[in-house]
Design a protein around this ligand. Structure first.
Ligand code: PEP
Ligand code: MN
Length: 275
């Protein structure tokens, strides 16, 4: 019986088996833990290609990078826009890794859809219903980030908007919520991971970069996320975090990322997953 009146297509009652989202052959929601990595923002071509090659070597399966950036201040770097999408496409061509990038508004949905393999909906847009409806009509997988003050019910209802319009390829992402705690950028709510697994058939990944905002918390929280049942991770990686145009303070450098990936192998194995 379906209990909630707010959503049905996302529930396990409606579809008992796990949904596996296939991104150009990379399967999210299966036995393998999928790591999506890359800089917060696309800054230039050489940078992205070099980061992409390095993260691939360490075991990342999908490249991320923002071309359109939702920044708190209008004076901060806003992203390269279409040029950033072209750079990502070039990195995909060279490395054969699928690319994930954010779509910020309905105006640019078609453009981003033409380039990206995964369309990311950012936390600030988690309840932009016009955008969600439009993405429901796209044929590309959607990475839906949890809004920073969104309850589980609201999060799943947002996902329902996409499924209802005909797009079943939705990956949920826990990226931390706003609480009274100021020691971390957000409070990473890992309890939602097993809860989501119980309530829905959709894959869920965890973003400890935005979830904590602290570089030295990425490894422990990534391990905890895998132990809690996450299907993957979203990690910000930069070749020179000190001079990154956004989120450098929470980005791992290449060596740190390589180390993280090694550390995640045993925890993945311990919970019956591969990496
Ligand atoms: C991002 O992934 O760079 C981003 C802006 O994330 P969020 O929407 O979770 O803040
Ligand atoms: Mn970021």
């Amino acid at each position: 019986m379906i209990k909630s009146q707010l959503y049905k297509l996302v529930t396990r009652e409606f579809k008992p088996n796990n949904t596996i989202v296939n991104v150009n052959g990379v399967k999210i929601g299966g036995k393998e833990i999928i790591v999506i990595a890359g800089p917060c923002a696309v800054e230039d071509e050489d940078q992205i290609i070099s980061i992409a090659r390095n993260i691939k070597k360490s075991g990342a399966k999908i490249l991320r990078g923002g071309a359109f950036k939702p920044r708190t201040s209008p004076y901060s770097f806003q992203g390269l826009g279409k040029q950033g999408l072209k750079i990502l496409a070039k990195a995909r061509e060279i490395t054969r890794m699928p690319i994930a990038t954010e779509v910020m508004d309905t105006e640019n949905t078609k453009l981003v859809c033409n380039y990206a393999d995964i369309l990311q909906v950012g936390s600030r847009n988690a309840q932009n219903f016009s955008l969600l409806k439009k993405l429901g009509k796209c044929n590309k997988p959607v990475l839906l980030k949890r809004g920073m003050s969104q309850t589980l019910e609201e999060f799943l209802s947002a996902a329902e908007y996409i499924l209802k319009e005909g797009n079943p390829h939705v990956i949920l992402c826990e990226r931390g919520i706003r609480t009274f705690e100021t020691a971390t950028r957000n409070t990473l709510d890992l309890s939602i991971v097993p809860l989501i697994k119980q309530r829905t058939h959709l894959p869920i990944i965890v973003d400890p970069s935005h979830g904590t905002g602290l570089r030295n918390l990425i490894t422990p929280m990534s391990k905890a996320a895998i132990a809690a049942g996450a299907d993957g991770l979203l990690i910000e990686v930069h070749d020179e975090p000190e001079i990154a145009k956004s989120d450098g303070h929470q980005s791992l450098n290449i060596a740190e990322f390589q180390h993280l990936m090694l550390e995640l192998k045993s925890i993945s194995k311990a919970v019956g997953r591969t990496l």
